[in-house]
Design a binder for this molecule. Structure first.
Ligand code: HDE
Length: 711
């Protein structure tokens, strides 16, 4: 819910309001004016859309099949659904733009989208979960998709990324296996949107190449706070080619401006029931409030001459390129600034293909990428039909001219009596381009046809250990708990035992012991045959590394608990301070309606205590006011609000009698309950910030804001 002031402030500083793609879509947008009437699809006006034509004596009677208007309405409804995506079915999307800081990437690529700082490239980005179906919950433990379509003057470039930098498998031919294993089990279609089941862990225990990916997905990365706070990774190794025809290997990265932040597992579980649309609402709410999410775009480059200089294969998608070895070079930024007008035509029908690149960008022999390049186009044919690229959201903003014809749902009418090349009219267009065409890198290929992987593809645990070693203590604890939760849901002991003994023991004995204790497994004290660990770390693998340099509460949701008699001026001042910092505040009261302040000024609440939970907010504030604090203290739900928010390590701010209520709810001796009028003491214990009356409001709001650093 937007605050009007916040909206006005943010929109005033927004520079790019529209893009060439948004303007293009405007041509397709149905315009409704005050004179518009309902019509059928063939255009006749409809006078009655509520009653089927029937033979009746005035009371009852059979409906007539001849009623083409009612028949059309039902037919259209019957055919509204299309197949959902086989993976990544649940998602949400937004429009935005991409620009590069300067032309520094020219050394590596001739792609204008990556080198021309005068360009504003329109984009559409779709975020998704992987396992669940279209109606599943947003906050499940899963990988998040982060797919971006760049509408460039040279054609569309689709960067189909995930929020984790590695993948479960090395060869695309294993994709149906991993997708089947993680999806609901075939006999009962259980569970939905979860990897906590026998089949997934059975597969993973027998497929050691998934070990590294499992570490990532079981870490806090698997339960993000927001799509706006995830990283994005192209995962596969692509190539760049410069105007001298030189090629280098590249990995693409998105780094969020707001830092990489996660929910706590308890929150994620609860939100799954309380608000299954939490992430899609969050994205829309932020954009509509002018808090436009932003990511820095970075590239990691390995020149051709260095491709064999690593102890892993640089084409293996189960490996990262550690930033200590291959630095990340920031070259541009992505900003999402417009929500969709209608979900189906835009977010549901957008379709991505890893094979869609523009001149200057190419592929490597990464065996996962090679298979993806086949799969995405193929799957769009099932979902949307062969002419899916004519659908407005998928259509490039540059001319599309060729001799492809017909197929279901063909929209384009070509005025020509030839539809082949070469033709006797070869002076007429389209003809092959003299300049600017896509040129393939003349890669030398030499080999024997075989079904095998290179020797370096056989090592699966070094980077899984690197990831584990790099986590902060709280991140390690969360990872151990997450794997324990998942394995506890596997009722076949063979699955649990195999995973702990064969996989976790090879990643880290510390991890294996902790998990086996939790899940009742039997891990020998010194299992034989486990790998020698290396003990190395890499800081960029921990989320802590991405905390914004300047702490911010912009776009965060703050709940303000009030009851009749609350201190009105404090709430007004706090809301003003929060809005100024770009945060959103919501009044939660004993009823959805008017609540009286201490000066008997009625204030409209946004929600009722029962209607929302602390899990849906990032922080809680409680103003002073004796009667109001008494009401809160006597209500089990509001006591739970404070206890739950505290348990999830959220900042809690309170003043005067409000501080007394918070201190009682938490029953912690260190929480100060300064109630003296005019007292300027500000206390911060365990992230609970309390102070005296209105006189110190400014100090309190500053401390409160600074306290958000811990998000
Ligand atoms: Fe996908 N993947 N994938 N994937 N993927 C699809 O294409 C596939 C992989 C990713 O918002 C499908 O249009 C294979 C890695 C995203 O519309 C399908 C392999 C990464 C999306 C498909 C992979 C991804 C998809 C299903 C192994 C991270 C959602 C619907 C070789 C870099 C895009 C669709 C959207 C979707 C195949 C592995 C990301 C079936 C065969 C690695 C973000 O074509």
């Amino acid at each position: 819910m937007a605050t009007a002031v916040g909206r006005a402030v943010k929109h005033a500083v927004t520079t790019i309001m529209s893009t060439a793609k948004v303007a293009d879509l405007d041509n397709e947008t149905v315009k409704l004016d005050p004179g518009s009437y309902l019509t059928t699809d063939h255009g006749i006006k409809i006078a009655d859309t509520d009653n089927w034509l029937r033979v009746t004596d005035g009371e009852r009677g059979p409906s007539l099949l001849e009623d083409q208007i009612s028949r059309e309405k039902i037919h259209r409804f019957d055919h509204e659904r299309i197949p959902e995506r086989v993976v990544h079915a649940r998602g949400t999307g937004a429009h935005g733009y991409f620009k590069v800081f300067d032309d520094r990437a020219k050394k590596y690529t001739c792609a204008g989208v990556l080198t021309d700082p005068s360009r504003i490239t329109p984009v559409f980005t779709r975020f998704s979960t992987v396992q669940g179906s279209r109606g599943s919950a947003d906050t499940v433990r899963d990988v998040r998709g982060f797919a971006t379509k760049f509408y460039t003057p040279e054609g569309n470039w689709d960067l189909v990324a995930n929020d984790l930098p590695v993948f479960f498998i090395q060869d695309a031919v294993k994709f149906p296996d991993v997708a089947h294993a993680v999806k609901p089990e075939p006999h009962n279609e259980v569970p939905q949107g979860q990897s906590a089941h026998n089949n997934f862990w059975d597969f993973s225990g027998l497929q050691p190449e998934s070990a590294h990916m499992i570490m990532w997905i079981m870490s806090d990365r698997g339960i993000p706070r927001s799509f706006r706070m995830i990283q994005g990774f192209g995962v596969n190794t692509f190539t760049l080619m410069n105007d001298k025809g030189e090629r280098s290997f590249v990995k693409f990265h998105w780094t969020p401006e707001l830092g990489v932040n996660s929910l706590m597992w308890d929150e994620a579980l609860k939100i799954g029931g309380q608000d299954p649309d939490f992430h899609r609402k969050d994205l829309n709410e932020a954009i509509e409030n002018g808090n436009h999410p932003k990511w820095t775009f970075g590239i990691q480059i390995i020149e051709e001459k260095d491709e064999d200089n690593f102890d892993f294969d640089i084409l293996d998608a189960t490996k990262v390129w550690p930033e200590e070895l291959v630095p990340l070079q920031p070259i541009g930024e992505l900003i999402l600034n417009k929500t969709v007008d209608e979900f189906f035509p835009e977010t549901e029908q957008v379709a991505f293909c890893t094979s869609h690149v523009v001149p200057g960008i190419g592929f490597s022999d990464d065996p996962l990428l090679q298979g993806r390049n086949f799969s995405y186009f193929d799957t769009q044919i099932t979902r949307l039909g062969i002419n899916w690229e004519q659908i407005p959201i998928n259509r490039p903003v540059c001319p599309v001219l060729n001799h492809h014809r017909d197929g279901q749902k063909q929209h384009r009418i070509h005025k020509s009596n030839v539809n082949y090349w070469p033709n006797r009219k070869d002076v007429a267009h389209p003809v092959p381009a003299n300049q600017g065409g896509y040129s393939d890198y003349p890669q030398k290929v030499n080999g024997t046809k075989q079904r095998l992987r290179g020797a370096k593809f056989n090592e699966h645990f070094n980077q899984a250990e690197l990831f584990f070693n790099s986590l902060a203590p709280h991140e390690k604890a969360h990872l151990i708990n997450a794997i324990s939760f998942e394995l506890s849901h596997c009722d076949d002991p063979v699955v649990t035992k195999t995973y702990v003994n064969k996989i976790l023991a090879n990643v880290s004995l510390e991890l294996a012991h902790a998990v086996s204790q939790n899940v009742g497994g039997e891990l020998p004290a010194n299992p034989s045959g486990v790998r020698q660990t290396h003990g190395q770390k890499s800081n960029p693998l921990s989320q802590v590394y991405y905390a914004p340099k300047k702490p911010t509460i912009a776009s965060r949701r703050v709940a303000i608990l009030i009851a009749d008699g609350f201190h009105g001026m404090e709430v007004q001042a706090m809301r003003g301070a929060l809005t100024g910092l770009g945060a959103m505040s919501f009044l939660i009261g004993p009823r959805r309606g008017e609540v009286q302040s201490d000066e008997n000024v009625p204030v409209k609440t946004d929600h009722h205590f029962e209607g929302q939970r602390s899990t849906l907010y990032d922080a809680v504030f409680v103003p002073s006011g004796a009667q109001h604090a008494k009401t809160l203290s006597e209500n089990g739900r509001t006591l739970h609000w404070i206890r739950e928010a505290f348990g999830h390590c959220k900042t809690i701010g309170a003043i005067g009698e409000g501080a007394g209520f918070v201190a009682n709810a938490l029953n912690l001796p260190d929480i100060k309950t300064t109630t003296t009028v005019g007292s300027d003491e500000v206390s911060n214990s365990y992230g609970v910030i309390t102070t005296g009356k209105y006189g110190v409001m400014k100090a309190a709001s500053e401390v409160f804001a600074a306290g958000q650093e811990g998000f």
